[in-house]
Design a protein around this ligand. Sequence first.
Ligand code: ZN
Length: 454
Amino acid sequence: MTRLELHCDEALLPGGFARSVAIRVEDGTIVAVAPDADPAPGVRRLPGLTLPGLPNLHSHLFQRGMAGLSERRGASEDSFWTWREVMYRFLDRLDPDDVAAIAAQAMVEMLEGGFTALAEFHYLHHDRDGRPYADIAEMAGAVAAAAAETGIGLTLLPVLYRYGNFGGAPAVHGQRRFLNNRDAYLRLVEGAERAVAALPDAHVGIAPHSLRAVALDDLPWLAGLRPQAPVHIHVAEQTREVEDALAIAGRRPVALLMDTVAVDSRWCLIHATHLDDGEREAMARSGAVAGLCPITEANLGDGIFDGVRYREAGGRIGVGSDSNVEIGAGGELRLLEYSQRLRDRRRALWAQEGVSAGTRLWRDACAGGAQACGRAIGAIALGHRADLVTLAAAHPALVAKGGDLALDSALFAAPALPVAQVHVGGEQLVTDGRHRARERVEARYAAVMRRLLA
Ligand code: ZN
């Protein structure tokens, strides 16, 4: 058994901010938390404010490599759908080693940006000609290898992708590397479970890509495959998707999903941007998590999720970096809050009586992210993984501040979350803002990108 003692100047605990907090960790799990403790001799000191690490509940790691490649206008109006064409062309060239290199780079940036766990929505499965690799889960293995190298906590979500659009429309050429039938998907899930078996506390979940990409009767089948595992799906990201669902199925996407399968707290509905009042109320009541990706949703021009009304209805949220065009826990939460302010022309919308906007955003996204990852993370509390993000106490934005002022300033008054130390499962991965494998990972990433973009 590995044991570790940490001592935080200040920490965000489930009951609020506490000073002089001793944390004992055994085999990566928190076994004791004591506020107002004297630092024991030889204990590892964490100066400033320590937060529970934020889970990143939605990502497509390989897309980190195409960040910045789709900011030009084509002949037609640029949209999510033209971005998707750029994505298909980029991934045409990737092999498993490329994916591992890009994934490791993205994970290093996530860890340095305050994300300690990742739910990877993994849909790039097959070889360039669309045929499965000898091991159908080879690409899942590349993601698992990157997680092993970087130390991020992993929930791997192998994706079922069968069709090109609603109503079983055939997939297009650019989608050939994603496609599986039910039998192949079952083998893929089993392969993913083998791929992550050696990682500490890694989980595998289930992911229908979207209502566009599976048959409706796949949904209850998928939900039953692993009855305890999280289930994630993209839904209602684009207005065209709403129009297609109405035209073909006669219902809006989230209503259609909830009429087709029992959506409960295992589910994470990614984006869910376009909801009517009834859908929003039903989704909030279901206990599902809304998986919001504010930076990507802004980059793709998706729209603004109504977080204010959803929270008032008791809805749960978490955040994800999705396309990984920019990676950082602070940036996602800041844009989530700012998008609400811009729409409603009011301030501090996530705040409530006695709890600042930054503190409530962090807490909500930790709780929702943990639920969506299906792991005991997102809190500095007994039985949870020791995933800790310690802010840089000496950063100019944080000087002379503690508690919610420090957290608010880290989110709203610094260009990126000022991270000093990051522990995952008690292991220190980031020191003075830099991941321990950054140099090697970055060099390999640079070599891959030079070749891909040559
Ligand atoms: Zn996505």
